[in-house]
Design a protein around this ligand. Structure first.
Ligand code: HEC
Length: 117
């Protein structure tokens, strides 16, 4: 009689194992997302060192309109962003040679993460 009850118990155990496997897979995807987080953090630090003096702490522009507000940059403005940062524009100094492309892209990732959040 006890033997007859055994199969349903076993079937109930399999979905539990599947749930454990799914939970492990979900935590693995968090690990995969980490390189992006590291890039955003690098971008925030570079922004603080090179851009915040004019563009404001945490992208909060307090220049009263004299300096472009970087929070206005749309996702499709990436190429314009890259061009201005490399080559400068009026009072905006050029960063070609001072910053590597990878560093400028990290600033872009930081800007996107801050605005799109
Ligand atoms: C010395 C002050 C100063 C620093 C430092 C500075 N900027 Fe600027 N930036 C400006 C000013 C002023 C403008 C507005 C230029 C204009 O429109 O004539 C500007 C404009 C910009 C624009 C928008 C240009 C456009 O019209 O599309 C971007 C993007 C930008 N800055 C990015 C950066 C980044 C990234 C850094 C750090 C690597 C940085 N800036 C550092 C002063 C500065």
């Amino acid at each position: 009689m006890i033997m007859r009850r055994a199969p349903p118990l076993r079937r109930a155990y399999v979905p539990l194992a599947a749930r454990v496997a799914l939970a492990l897979a979900a935590s693995a995807s968090v690990v995969y997302a980490d390189p992006d987080g590291a890039k955003i953090e690098r971008g925030a630090a570079i922004y603080g060192d090179y851009c915040a003096s004019c563009h404001g702490d945490g992208l909060r522009n307090t220049s009263g309109g004299a300096t472009f507000d970087l929070r206005r940059l749309r996702p499709e403005d990436h190429d314009r962003f890259l061009n201005v940062v490399l080559n400068g524009k009026t009072q905006m100094p050029p960063w070609r040679g001072a910053l590597k492309l990878e560093q400028i892209e990290a600033i872009w990732a930081y800007i996107r993460a801050t605005i799109d959040r």
